[in-house]
Ligand binder design. Sequence first.
Ligand code: NAP
Length: 258
Amino acid sequence: MSLSGRGAVITGGGRGIGRAVARALAERGASVVVSARTTVEINGVAKELTAAGFEAHAIACDVADEASVRTMAEEAVKRLGTVDILVNNAGIALSNPVKRLALEEWNRILAVNATGTFLCARAFLEGMIDRRWGRVINVASVAGLRGSRYIAAYTASKHAQIGFTRALAAEVADQGITVNAICPGYVDTPMTESSVSRIVEKTGVSPEEALERILALSPQHRLIRPEEIAHVAVMLCDKNAEGINGQAIVIDGGSGAH
Ligand code: NAP
């Protein structure tokens, strides 16, 4: 499969899953824009990809800010010509029991994970509809499909992201566009490193024990690699994936299998 001639925007492309997705799409020939708030990270990824012979640009953006998303979208179209693939990957996590969850924390996590997905999808949708081809891939989480302790805001935001995925998929199903969610379990990224640190901080266990608690949630007793998420993102861009629409694809080593 070649994605040559396709423009792709990956939010949260400065590290972790977004960085791996950007590389995988570029390796298939897509021209990519990596976007996030930390310019040094997105510049680094764009530089890395350009040095490897791919077309890559860095554009700073806060996905929770409507004006910032609008500016990023305009700039992305200028650089890429068209944006055919949007990977809504930018996200934040925090944990707190509900009784201690501040309204500001709740609002921020919903704004980035859920509203950010809506704002970015809306910004690129018209172009996809005009060309009757598009792929919107929302990096959600298994937390978007079930509930776990202490992550109510994150869980609500990821449920919202999946609900939005399904609704938008239905809305554009007859216009050549597919909209899907990828739902990872714990992935080997800086976000999971922060989760380990939070467990250490809140419970006093060692970093090894904290990681073990996370690994114990995986039937394969391991963290998912960012490349595994990228693999599915690339697959969803294939011509033969056009029937996959409105799905929430779980990549967690099989926790639903028993
Ligand atoms: P990560 O390593 O922390 O990277 C997150 C990326 O999102 C960074 O580039 C970050 O850059 C960007 N970001 C955060 N807030 C943003 C904002 N307001 N506007 C624009 N960009 C923003 O996290 P990751 O593990 O790669 O996670 C990527 C996605 O996968 C997230 O949606 C996460 O919820 C989901 N996920 C992760 C796991 C996991 O175990 N790691 C599991 C399931 C789902 P800046 O901070 O510079 O903006």
